[in-house]
Design a protein around this ligand. Structure first.
Ligand SMILES: [Zn+2]
Ligand SMILES: [Zn+2]
Length: 386
C-alpha cells in the first residue's frame, strides 16, 4: 500500500512538471484566419512533446511551379493552401492556370518572400481574382512596382500585410511553419531581407529561402535555428553568393530544387552546383524539368517532375559539355539590375529578348534602381516592362 501511494505521488510530480514545461512552450500564431473565431485560443496552445499525428489520414505536397527565371511554390497540406512567391509579372497567368487546374479558388496564405519582381510580380492574378486569407511579406519600404501592386491588391482584399518575425511559428493544416528570417531588414539589399521559413510535416521538412545570400544565411546561422530539412529551395536561383557551405551543412538536405529559367546572371552557378554535389544532394531544376512536385507521407519525400525526370541536373566536371563558358560570360552581368542600350537609351531586364539581340558595345550594365535609370535618361522597355 505504501509503495502504491509513493508511485502515485511520483506520478503526480511528473504530471505537474510536464504541465509547467508545456506552459512555457510557446507556439506563436502570427495571423488570424478569417471566419475562425476560435483562432485566438492558439495563443495558449502548446506544442506536443512528440508528434503523434497519424499522417496516413493527411496529405502534403509542394509544387515548385516552373515560372522561368523566378520563384513560385504552392504548398498544400490537408485542405490548406499557400502560395510562396509567383514569379515575374508575366507568370501571373501561369500561376492562375495552375491553381485553376487543381480546382483551387481560395488561398489561405500568400507569402511574398521579398519585394523583387521575379518573386512577387506574378502574385497579381491570384490576388486580383481569388479570395485570399492572409498575405505575408517582410517589413520593407521597397517601392518596386510589383510591391506597390501587392500592397494595393492586398488592401483591395480587405487585408493588411503580416510581417512574420524570426522565431514565430504557424500551424498549417497538420504541418507547422517556422520563420527564421529576415532577422534585420535592409532597404538597399532586398535579397538579404527574404523571408526564410521551414515547413515541417511529420519527419520531413521543406526549407524556403527566397533570394537570401551569404549575409542573411550567416545571421540565421548565428541565431542557432534548427535548419535541417529534407528539401531545400536553393537561395537566389543558385547564385554563387547563396547556399554557402556553413548554411548547407546545417540543412543537410536530401533534395534541392533550383527555381530558375533563361537568365543572363549565370544562374545556377557552378559554385553553388558544386557545393550541392559535394554535399551529395540530388538536384532538381525547373529550367530542365518543368514543374517539380514533392509529396510527403510524413516519413518520406517523393519527387516527380513534369519532364526529363532523369535529366543531368548537376553534372560533374567530366560529364559537362560546353555550358561553363556561357556561365562565365554571364558572371559579369550577375550583379547588374538592368541593362541599358547606349544607342536607343532604353533599359531592360537582363533576360529581356531585346538584350540578346543587342550589340555588346551598346550594352550598359546598370546597377541601380529603376528610378535612377530613368534619371540617367533611360526609358523602360515596352516589352519586359522593367
Ligand atoms: Zn531578389
Ligand atoms: Zn529572385
Amino acid at each position: 500500500m505504501k509503495n502504491r501511494s509513493r508511485i502515485i505521488s511520483v506520478l503526480l510530480c511528473i504530471c505537474m512538471l510536464l504541465c509547467i514545461c508545456s506552459c512555457t512552450n510557446e507556439a506563436v500564431p502570427i495571423t488570424e484566419e478569417p471566419n475562425s473565431p476560435g483562432q485566438s485560443e492558439n495563443v495558449t496552445e502548446t506544442k506536443a512533446p512528440k508528434d503523434t499525428t497519424d499522417y496516413s489520414e493527411h496529405s502534403f505536397a509542394v509544387h515548385y511551379i516552373d515560372v522561368g527565371q523566378g520563384d513560385a511554390a504552392l504548398v498544400l497540406c490537408d485542405d490548406k493552401t499557400m502560395l510562396i512567391d509567383g514569379g515575374k509579372p508575366h507568370a501571373s497567368s501561369i500561376i492562375y492556370t495552375y491553381l485553376q487546374n487543381l480546382n483551387i479558388d481560395y488561398l489561405d496564405y500568400i507569402v511574398a518572400s521579398h519585394a523583387d519582381d521575379d518573386h512577387i510580380g506574378g502574385l497579381s492574378a491570384p490576388l486580383a481574382k481569388m479570395k485570399v486569407g492572409n498575405v505575408l511579406a517582410p517589413e520593407t519600404e521597397a517601392d518596386t512596382r510589383s510591391y506597390e501592386s501587392l500592397k494595393n491588391k492586398t488592401a483591395e482584399q480587405g487585408l493588411t500585410i503580416t510581417h512574420p518575425k524570426p522565431g514565430e511559428s504557424l500551424d498549417f493544416g497538420s504541418s507547422k511553419i517556422e520563420f527564421y528570417g529576415p532577422i534585420t531588414e535592409s532597404e538597399s539589399d532586398r535579397n538579404n531581407g527574404s523571408i526564410v521559413m521551414k515547413i515541417i510535416y511529420g519527419d520531413t521538412s521543406f526549407l524556403f529561402t527566397g533570394d537570401a545570400e551569404r549575409e542573411e544565411e550567416q545571421e540565421i546561422l548565428s541565431a542557432g535555428y534548427d535548419l535541417s530539412a529534407t528539401v531545400l529551395k536553393v537561395g537566389h536561383h543558385g547564385s554563387k553568393n547563396s547556399t554557402t557551405y556553413p548554411f548547407l551543412r546545417e540543412i543537410m538536405p536530401k533534395y534541392a530544387v533550383i527555381s530558375v529559367g533563361d537568365n543572363n546572371y549565370g544562374h545556377p552557378t557552378e559554385d553553388t552546383l558544386s557545393r550541392l554535389r559535394d554535399a551529395d544532394v540530388k538536384v532538381y531544376r525547373t529550367d530542365m524539368q518543368g514543374d517539380i512536385v514533392a509529396t510527403s507521407d510524413g516519413k518520406t519525400v517523393t519527387v516527380t517532375t513534369k519532364k526529363n525526370e532523369n535529366a543531368q541536373t548537376n553534372p560533374t566536371e567530366n560529364e559537362k559539355s560546353t555550358s561553363v563558358q556561357s556561365a562565365e560570360n554571364a558572371a559579369n552581368q550577375e550583379i547588374c539590375e538592368y541593362i541599358g542600350n547606349a544607342n536607343t537609351k532604353k533599359f531592360h531586364y537582363p533576360d529581356c529578348g531585346a538584350v540578346s539581340q543587342m550589340k555588346e558595345k551598346n550594352k550598359v550594365y546598370l546597377n541601380c534602381t529603376r528610378d535612377e535609370a530613368i534619371k540617367d535618361g533611360y526609358n523602360p522597355c515596352g516589352r519586359c516592362n522593367p
